[in-house]
Design a protein around this ligand. Structure first.
Ligand SMILES: *Cc1c(COP(=O)(O)O)cnc(C)c1O
Length: 406
């Protein structure tokens, strides 16, 4: 006969028995196999919407791939040692991306902070605990950035206590390097806004023995970017997990040289007394991130691109059937590399402010989010749409534009 202990041991393989025990009060309610699924958005009155805008943190980023959701659900049922999950997943991610090592972080932003923390501290535990206080510790304290790259995300670097040194020319970059220089930081999405390009930047770092880091948060697709910058010689590469890869929105990847990843991990959970203790990712996000990346690397990107194009064309055709409306499709070279539709209208023929149009689409049923552009125009991307939603976006957009025809 099977006793209670054996039963509990096998609960994970016999969910129905778990349910039975739960109802009998022997086990916590969490073991109950099937509860009616609650619709929390409905219950709490939270608006859900069709995302025709893109991958924006304020819109909760992206929808996870089904396999990622399944992975998270599976991983939630067992305990694992956090470090072991990171190590095993890190080896797989590193192999997929041509890096020496990798670790899953709480988004790209924390990859930036933690990567720099690793550069500053090395394997010195005292230094890890001293961060973000650098003075008198022997740690370096400056990060050099090209002026055009110095947009909001560099705050992730100053979180370590480092100062940003801004440069414009190659000469200024070389001159700025001194004994306090910890790292050179490159922001891929702004690479056309700086005078020094990737290869030269890496070369300067190597020549001076200073690690280089690249932020390529929103720069897949193309999928090749996942290994391009590792191959190029950047010491650290940071990417978001919850944008085009459709991994967990609260995950990202820090990859690069093994000694730097090992050092970065000293500032990460489970270790406390660190600047990274609050940047926790658990087994669910770590494993989910790995599955998202693995799927993304293996998927048919040509087919995916065609789907995006077809959807965009469908929406464009509907919009421009309204007199006075023009459309234009472009693909950003840097960041958010996906067909992007711009819909513009002649205010003499279609009289509606973009903010009003945005609000009308938002208030409709189903609710739709687009991105307002300059006067009398908006942008739409199709990569965050679920299959078939392009038809709804097309007809609602046409409806609202038609209503505004003078
Ligand atoms: C989105 C983004 C980040 C932040 O990434 P998260 O994964 O949201 O933490 C950092 N840098 C750039 C350029 C980004 O686009």
């Amino acid at each position: 006969m099977i006793n209670r202990r054996d039963l509990i041991k096998h609960l994970s393989t016999f969910p129905l028995i778990g349910g039975f025990l739960g109802q009998s009060g022997l086990e916590p309610a969490s073991f109950v196999a099937k509860l009616p699924v609650r619709n929390l958005a409905k219950e709490l009155g939270i608006r859900t919407f069709i995302n025709a805008a893109g991958t924006y943190t304020m819109m909760t980023g992206s929808l996870m791939q089904d396999e990622v959701v399944e992975t998270i659900q599976g991983a939630a049922k067992d305990f694992m040692m956090l470090d072991e999950v990171q190590t095993k997943v890190g080896e797989k991610i590193a192999a997929l991306t041509h890096a020496e090592a990798a670790v899953v972080t709480a988004g790209c932003f924390s990859a930036l902070t933690l990567g720099l923390a690793g550069v500053l501290t090395g394997m010195d535990q005292k230094k890890v605990e001293a961060l973000p206080h650098l003075e008198g510790t022997g740690m370096k304290s400056e990060v050099i950035i090209q002026k055009g790259h110095n947009i909001g995300y560099s705050h992730a670097l100053t979180n370590t206590g480092c100062k940003i040194i801004q440069v414009e020319t190659l000469e200024e970059l070389e001159k700025a390097i001194n004994e306090k220089t910890a790292m050179l930081w490159f922001l891929n999405i702004q690479s056309d806004k700086g005078q020094v390009m990737h290869e030269k930047f890496v070369e300067i770092g190597k020549k001076n023995g200073i690690p280089t880091m690249i932020d390529m948060a929103a720069d897949v697709p193309p999928v090749e970017n996942l290994w391009k910058f590792n191959d190029m010689g950047f010491d650290l590469v940071c990417v978001s997990g919850g944008k085009a890869m459709r991994g967990p929105q609260s995950a990202g990847i820090l990859m690069g040289k093994k000694h730097l990843i090992d050092a970065a991990r000293l500032s990460m959970p489970p270790r406390g007394s660190t600047i990274g203790r609050g940047m926790k990712v658990n087994k669910e996000e770590i494993l989910g991130m790995y599955v998202a990346l693995d799927n993304f690397v293996k998927m048919d990107h040509k087919k995916e691109w065609k789907t995006w194009e077809d959807r965009i064309n469908h929406i464009a055709n509907a919009a421009k059937s309204v007199n006075g409306v023009t459309t234009n499709v472009t693909v950003p070279e840097l960041g958010n590399h996906t067909p992007t539709l711009k819909v513009s209208w002649d205010p003499a023929k279609v009289s509606i402010a973009v903010k009003v149009l945005q609000e009308n689409l938002r208030k409709g049923n189903p609710s739709i989010e687009i991105m307002p552009a300059e006067n009398n125009s908006l942008t739409i991307t199709a990569w965050m749409l679920k299959s078939g939603e392009e038809k709804i976006v097309a007809s609602r957009l046409k409806e609202e534009l038609s209503k505004a025809v003078v």
